[in-house]
Structures are given as C-alpha cells and as structure tokens.
Design a protein around this ligand. Structure first.
Ligand code: NDP
Length: 486
C-alpha cells in the first residue's frame, strides 16, 4: 500500500485565504522573568527566541531562568502568600474575575499569539483555548468564597507556595487550569511554561499586573526542562505537572520523601470505541475531532480507534473520505483544520513512530496535500491492520495519526480499551444508553465521553488512572489538590 494517496480530487469550490491579521498584537521584542509582580532580568542574562513553528522565524526573545532565578521566584511567592491567604475569599475572587475579564478583552490578541507561538489553528485558539482559559478563571473565582462547600463542608487551608509546570499543547489554557484553582484556594504560584510556547503565559503576566494581583502571588519563570527540574526541587509545598509520563516519573522520584504535595496529568493512548449501532456519520465527525484537533497534540486524543468488525470497513472508508477534506496549513488562516507541528523534535518523534508502524506491518494512509515549504508539518494519517502489540497501538504519538483496531463483542472492546498502561480518556459511540453506561463503568479511564469527544468544561473534573497520572483538575474536584482538608 502506498504511503500517500493520490492527490485529492478538486472539489467544486475552493476557499480563498482568510488569514487573521496579527497587526494589533502587542508583543515586546524581549521578555524577562515575571517575579514579584515585575519583569526582571535573568541572573545569567540568557535569552533565546521563541520560534514560530509554521515559519521557523523568531517571534520574541525569552529569558531562561536558572536555579537562582527560580529560588528568587519561590521567595517572592513565599513572601506574598500569607497576606493572599488571609484575604477573605470574596476579595481573592475579585482578582480572579478581573483576570478572566481581561483575558476576554484581549482574547483576539491572545488567540493570535497562541497560534503564532504554538502552530495551532486560529479557529481552535479563538474558539477553544482562550474562551476556556477565561472560563476557568471565572469558575474558580466563584469557588474562592465557598471552599468549604467544595470539599464536603470541612475546613481547608492552602498548601502555601505551589510550583506548576505546563506543556506546549494548550499553553494559556494549561496555565489557567493550574493558576485559577491554586489562587482561589489562597496559594501563591510559580509557573513554568513550556520552552516552545512561553508567550501567552507572559501576556498573562501582564494581565496579572493590569488586574493588580498582589505582587508575588503569581510568578512566571520561562526556560527549558532544566528550569522545570529546578522548580520541582525548589522550596515549594506542592507541585502540579502536566506533560510526559517520563518527566512525571522523574518529578515523582525527586519529590519522594519530601512531604510535598503532587498532582500529575500525564500522557494517554485513549480508546475511541465505535459500536455497530452508532450513528456512523456522527461518529466519524467525533473521530476526526478526537484525533486531529490541535494536530493530535492532545493528552486525551482518541488515538486508538476501536471499531466493531461489522462496521469497520464502512467507518474507515467514511473516515478516510472525511480526512481528505481536512485543510492543513497556515495556523492563522481561519479555514485551516490542522496547523503546524509544535517543534522539530516533536515532528521527529511522530515520524519515528509512524515509521515503526510501517515496519511492524500496519497499513498507512496519509492524505495528499500541499505542505508549506518552511515550518514543521505532518499530514493526517490513518493506520489500519494494527495489532494490539504494535508500537503505534501502545505508545503516545502526540500527532495527527490514528491507529485502527477492531473488535467483535462488547467484552472484547472493553478488554482492548483497557489494555494500556495509560488511562486518561475514552469515547463510546452507540445508540444504546444502557450499553454506554455499562461500558463506561468497565473502562479504566478518568474521562469518558459518550457520542462526542474532546469536550472540555471548567465544571468537569479531568485526570487519569495508571500512567496517565493522579489528581483531578476542574470543578470542585480541582480544589482538593490545592488545599489541606482538616
Ligand atoms: P515534557 O514532559 O518534557 O514537557 C512538559 C513540561 O515539563 C515542559 O514545560 C518542560 O519544559 C518541562 N520539563 C521537561 N523536563 C523536566 C524535568 N526534568 N523536570 C521538570 N519539568 C520538566 O514533554 P515534551 O515536550 O518533551 O514532549 C514529549 C512527549 O510527551 C510528547 O511527544 C507527548 O507524547 C508527551 N506530552 C504529553 C503532554 C500531555 O498533555 N500529557 C504534553 C506534552 C507532551 P520544556 O518545554 O522547557 O522542555
């Protein structure tokens, strides 16, 4: 089977380019570290540019925090935290509401910067990332004066200083998932954004200044993995991490025996299960949303597609036809479905795993489409004839690649879905409500969607089992990791 399909036949209409203009974006040429309410120079003065993955061009220089910088950010948080915790909850809420409203006011600018810095389509940053980031601050502002009610009527006290490390796939949204509950509960925070996507976190620092969040309550230290490693080893009371399972294990080992609180939101290889009684066209849309949303750079992506044998040919044929209509290209174009791969390293990881899939005997089909000359791109790909032991059925690819397996019975679907070291999410497509509930109860996954996929809401808890981590973010459950309950 050829690695690529013949070029897609021209459809009867084509789209004119509809690029979002970045003209009104207010980025500085160079950013320091946000410590104690102000942008400060890194002690060793090291700065490197953040690169646009769609063009390989630099956007703005960003500071790299070393150990001493991280320690001073933790000190600033330590100094600010007691007064922040003493504020009545309704007063802390006012700051969070302000941050939420300022995110909304600057939403267009934030969406453009997110797409420039990370490569995701503007349609997604505009309609998903930024609105949800604001929604998280609104949601936890509402909890700030009701913390007791969120933990079953018990007394709570904050941890103190929390160190938070976030990845590059949803940069501002992950910052909001981390900061909003931490601050609502009376903690002060030191946040480390990912090396490849620091810019919206730095705009969030400006928003904190504008909202007059007390100096030191939020600190943002940009840098690479070494900065993250320094933060989790610093004098913090709690660590919250989202990223790869490998780094999660390293953090867990580093914190062992130190009495520091920890929550880990790690990788996944989530099963999206299509039963023969599902509404097939609707399921195909859900499969596309489940794996090609954000180029598949999604921890809960539906990357293992399990289809009941009786409808497997129909579903894969319809899926392939739908995939061929996906538009890959300029993240700032409002018609783009699949943007740039976040970094050259991530592209290499995807390519290596896809090559492993071919070597192990699975059948690969990649849509034919023109890719831009510069930047990092990977066209949507489907693997069929996948065996459960293949690497592409086991390992997180974190790219626009779906692996199809089949099953005959409900019991086999459950067994195959649970046959993973991960347990983050799952999707169930069926017309039968009772079947959906029965299967959901048997699946070892933290989040289960029925007849939909990749729906996020600040009121809903999110988190995993097994090597997908522990602790929950979102909703009342998301308060627990940030308080001691007495
Ligand atoms: P990482 O886990 O390395 O990165 C996540 C965050 O942790 C980043 O801010 C990173 O910094 C930081 N970090 C890196 N090393 C350490 C360390 N030793 N201690 C503390 N913090 C650290 O993910 P990668 O970017 O390397 O991606 C690798 C793979 O991980 C992907 O292919 C994907 O499979 C998975 N992944 C899963 C995510 C999820 O949401 N579950 C998110 C991202 C990746 P820096 O960026 O500066 O290196």
């Amino acid at each position: 089977m050829a690695a690529t399909d013949t070029p897609r036949t021209r459809i009867t209409w084509d789209y004119a380019p509809a690029p979002e203009s970045p003209d009104h974006v207010r980025l500085r040429d160079s950013y320091g570290l946000f410590v104690g309410g102000a942008f400060v120079e890194p002690r060793d003065g090291r700065r490197l540019p953040s690169i646009n993955p769609a063009t390989e061009e630099p956007i703005a220089d960003v500071a790299y925090a070393g150990e001493a910088d991280v320690a001073s950010a933790v000190d600033a948080a330590r100094a600010a935290q007691p007064a922040w915790a003493r504020l009545p909850g309704r007063e802390r809420a006012k700051y969070l509401f302000r941050v939420a409203r300022l995110i909304q006011e600057r939403a267009r600018e934030l969406a453009i910067v997110e797409s420039l810095d990370g490569g995701k389509p503007i349609r997604e940053s505009r309609d998903v990332d930024i609105p949800l980031a604001a929604a998280h601050f609104f949601h936890y502002a509402g909890w700030a004066d009701k913390l007791r009610h969120g933990v079953g009527g018990r007394d709570v006290r904050p941890y103190g200083v929390v160190g938070q490390v976030v990845p590059w796939n949803f940069p501002l949204l992950m910052a909001a998932w981390k900061l909003a509950p931490a601050l609502a509960c009376g903690n002060a925070a030191v946040l480390k954004p990912a090396e490849t996507t620091p810019l919206t976190a730095l705009l969030l620092a400006e928003i904190c200044q504008e909202a007059e969040v007390p100096a030191g309550v939020v600190n943002i230290v940009t840098g690479d993995g070494a900065t993250g490693a320094a933060l989790v080893r610093a004098d913090v009371d709690k660590v919250a991490f989202t990223g790869s399972t490998a780094v999660g294990k390293d953090i867990q080992a580093a914190l062992a025996g130190r009495g520091v609180g920890l929550t880990l939101e790690l990788g996944g290889k989530s099963a999206n299960i299509v039963f023969e009684d599902a509404a097939i066209d609707q399921a195909v849309e859900g499969i596309v949303q489940g794996i090609f949303f954000n180029q598949g750079h999604v921890c809960c992506a539906g990357s293992r597609l399990l289809i009941q044998e009786s409808v497997a040919d129909e579903v894969t044929a319809k899926l392939w036809n739908r995939m061929r209509l996906l538009r890959v290209g300029d993240p700032l174009d409002k018609n783009t479905d699949v943007g740039a791969i976040n970094s050259a390293e991530q592209l290499q990881r995807i390519e290596a795993l896809v090559e492993a899939g071919v070597q192990e005997g699975a059948v690969r089909r990649t849509i034919a489409c023109e890719l831009p000359d510069r930047g990092w791109w990977f066209a949507p790909t489907i693997f069929t004839d996948v065996a459960p032991a293949h690497r592409i059925a086991v390992e997180e690819i974190f790219g626009p690649v779906v692996s199809v397996l089949t099953f005959r019975t409900q019991a086999e679907a459950i067994e195959k879905a649970n046959n993973s070291r991960y347990g983050l999410a799952a999707g169930i497509w069926t017309d039968k409500g009772s079947k959906a509930f029965e299967v959901a109860a048997a699946l070892k996954a933290g989040v289960i969607w029925q007849n939909t996929y990749n729906q996020f809401d600040p009121t809903a808890a999110f988190g995993g089992y097994k090597e997908s981590g522990f602790g929950r973010e979102g909703g009342a459950a998301g308060l627990r990791p940030y308080v001691h309950v007495t």
